[in-house]
Design a protein around this ligand. Structure first.
Ligand SMILES: Cc1cc2nc3c(=O)[nH]c(=O)nc-3n(C[C@H](O)[C@H](O)[C@H](O)COP(=O)(O)OP(=O)(O)OC[C@H]3O[C@@H](n4cnc5c(N)ncnc54)[C@H](O)[C@@H]3O)c2cc1C
Length: 262
């Protein structure tokens, strides 16, 4: 079994800055980490690999050169190898262009039996990438996965829904997006980290994926960010004394009616 895990490099804090002119994220080289849910995806891939001795795990990232680090992190956590999609042509990608590049890379890595992704990334946070990659590969997708079992070539999957969970059976190849309940990733040992530092990470450009430059990055991204702004939260507080309950209720009803809430 060949498992591909999608790992994204994200800013370490939730303090993501946006370029108000261009409507894109401003990313620096510093303080980047592996997307937390992708740590869970890697840990799950490595757990499944341990159940199936012939299994291998490939970590795949699209991002700047610095994103090699998240692939090394995945290797330190048990992935066998990492592949990076990097170069100017990929810059400024929306989820359509991102999923196109990732799906083309998965095709190149084929045969692939299982693709694992985080349910969402802490920066872009659309949750679209996994399902879009699956659609491009014509693979079944199961989202919000919190448990995976492997029985006689079939994946027994539990996925979280609003009022509980669903049990789904899916035959590989398939793509699963995982939530944090799926496992508790453990930090890798120093020995594994040191070994991962030496790992060669091949970098694939558009020519390796047989994609034209206008299918990738900003050129391949139909999403247009019209305006970027931080929402302003405005509160008006009115205090009522303990003997003013009736007028407080009247005022509350008046305000709610004025806003068409009641
Ligand atoms: C118009 C526009 C311009 C943009 N410009 C830029 C830009 O210049 N630079 C930039 O970095 N971002 C840019 N973005 C954001 C970029 O599109 C998203 O970060 C990316 O498409 C993934 O979406 P997401 O962050 O919502 O991931 P989600 O869909 O929330 O991620 C879910 C999972 O998908 C996988 N995944 C997502 N992205 C990757 C990846 N790159 N590699 C491997 N696995 C991945 C991971 O497993 C992740 O847990 C831009 C977005 C728009 C709309």
């Amino acid at each position: 079994m060949h498992i591909v895990v999608l790992v994204k490099q994200v800013p370490a804090t939730d303090n993501v800055r946006l370029d108000p002119e261009k409507g894109i994220m401003i990313r620096g080289a510093k303080d980047n980490i592996i997307n937390p849910l992708d740590e869970n995806a890697v840990a799950e891939a490595v757990r499944i690999k341990a159940l199936l001795p012939e299994a291998t795990v490939t970590a795949l990232a699209m991002g700047p050169e610095a994103a090699r680090e998240v692939l090394r992190e995945a290797a330190a956590r048990g992935a066998d190898r990492g592949v990076l999609l990097s170069g100017r042509a990929y810059a400024g990608a929306d989820t359509i262009a991102t999923s196109r590049a990732l799906a083309a890379a998965i095709k190149k890595l084929s045969p692939v039996d299982l693709v694992l992704a985080g349910e969402r990334a802490t920066d872009g946070e659309t949750g679209q990438t996994g399902p879009m990659v699956a659609a491009r590969l014509d693979m079944p997708v199961v989202t919000y996965v919190r448990k995976v079992d492997w029985q006689d070539g079939v994946l027994q999957v539990e996925r979280i829904v609003e009022d509980g969970y669903e049990q789904v059976e899916v035959t590989p190849p398939a793509l699963l997006t995982v939530v944090k309940d799926i496992n508790k990733p453990r930090p890798p040992s120093l020995k594994r980290r040191l070994k991962a530092l030496k790992m060669e990470v091949p970098v694939w450009g558009p020519e390796d994926l047989a994609l034209a430059a206008n299918e990738l990055g900003l050129k391949g991204s139909p999403t247009r960010v019209v305006k970027v702004f931080s929402p302003r939260l405005v509160r008006q507080t009115r205090m009522f004394g303990e003997n003013e309950t009736t007028s407080a209720i009247d005022e509350l009803l008046r305000q709610l009616t004025a806003r068409n809430v009641v």
